[in-house]
Design a protein around this ligand. Structure first.
Ligand code: NAP
Length: 241
């Protein structure tokens, strides 16, 4: 039996991952606010107490079953607020960091607490971004949150070396995908995001990849041998296709 746990599986890349793991015969759980597919669990990542309660209970119950393979994909994220930091409010900053960092790391930690002892093949993939490495004018919170998550995964990978039943934790850069997040970028305008025009061109020139293609590459990365702490690129996996 195989289990895929996906945060933010209601739309975009997450929904494509849910679909493809289901099609491949895995049992799938997805944690978001608006999902409706089988395996949807209502969970608002803007509230860490909710994530603690919902993921804690669900992971505890799932970890009592016999699994051959378990995958956790940390996919839920927000990009807003876009623009200079001081142009938004402390509540906006805190909400962003809660979803992308605090709640996501809470889900990761709970997964480790509940699944560590299982003698199954276990993988965690954090869906990162080019913004984890490159600074963008107008995306300071997103750059910071993606960099934080990437480094968290690298540290976890070192911790796992001492475990009897280690979890392989990796980062995946999915490249640019044709989802609602890209629509948010195009809607932001040049005032708030000086690189706006480049992203409008990505859309017009068909550079954005369909979520299903990116999801298929992620499933392939996770099905191959992976090195804990490494950063894998969907672009590399697709070989420019
Ligand atoms: N699109 C790109 O070009 C691109 C590029 C690089 C990296 N990425 C990364 O790829 C991943 C998927 O992005 P996407 O483009 O598919 O984004 P998307 O279409 O905006 O979907 C985001 C997902 O995150 C969930 N989410 C957002 N806020 C949430 C909250 N408060 N509680 C629970 N879930 C929440 C959403 O679910 P609900 O709204 O239903 O809660 C949705 O399922 C993200 O980590 C993103 O940073 C995307």
């Amino acid at each position: 039996m195989k289990l895929a746990l996906i945060t933010g599986g209601s739309k975009g890349l997450g929904a494509a991952l849910v679909q493809q793991y289901c099609d491949a015969g895995w049992q799938v759980r997805e944690y978001s606010r608006s999902g409706s597919a089988a395996g949807h669990v209502d969970c608002d990542f803007a509230d860490p107490a909710v994530v603690t309660e919902v993921c804690g209970k669900d992971f505890a119950a799932l970890a009592t079953e016999q699994w051959d393979e378990v995958v956790l994909i940390l996919n839920a994220a927000v990009l807003d607020p876009i623009g200079p930091l001081a142009a938004s409010t402390p509540a906006d900053w805190q909400r962003h960091l809660t979803v992308n960092v605090t709640a996501t790391i809470t889900a990761l930690g709970l997964f480790m607490q509940h699944f560590q002892a299982l003698p199954a093949a276990k993988r965690v993939a954090a869906i990162s971004s080019g913004a984890a490495r490159k600074a963008y004018n107008g995306w300071s919170l997103y750059c910071a949150s993606k960099a934080a998550l990437e480094h968290m995964i690298r540290s976890i990978a070192i911790e796992q070396l001492a475990e009897a039943h280690p979890i392989t934790a990796i980062n995946i850069d999915p490249g640019v995908i044709d989802t609602a997040m890209q629509a948010t970028i195009r809607a932001a305008g040049e005032d708030r995001f000086p690189d706006h025009e480049r992203f409008v061109r990505y859309h017009a020139d068909g550079v954005l990849k369909p979520p299903a293609r990116v999801a298929a590459a992620i499933l392939a990365i996770l099905a191959d041998p992976c090195i804990g702490g490494e950063r894998y690129s969907v672009e590399d996996r697709l070989g420019g296709r």
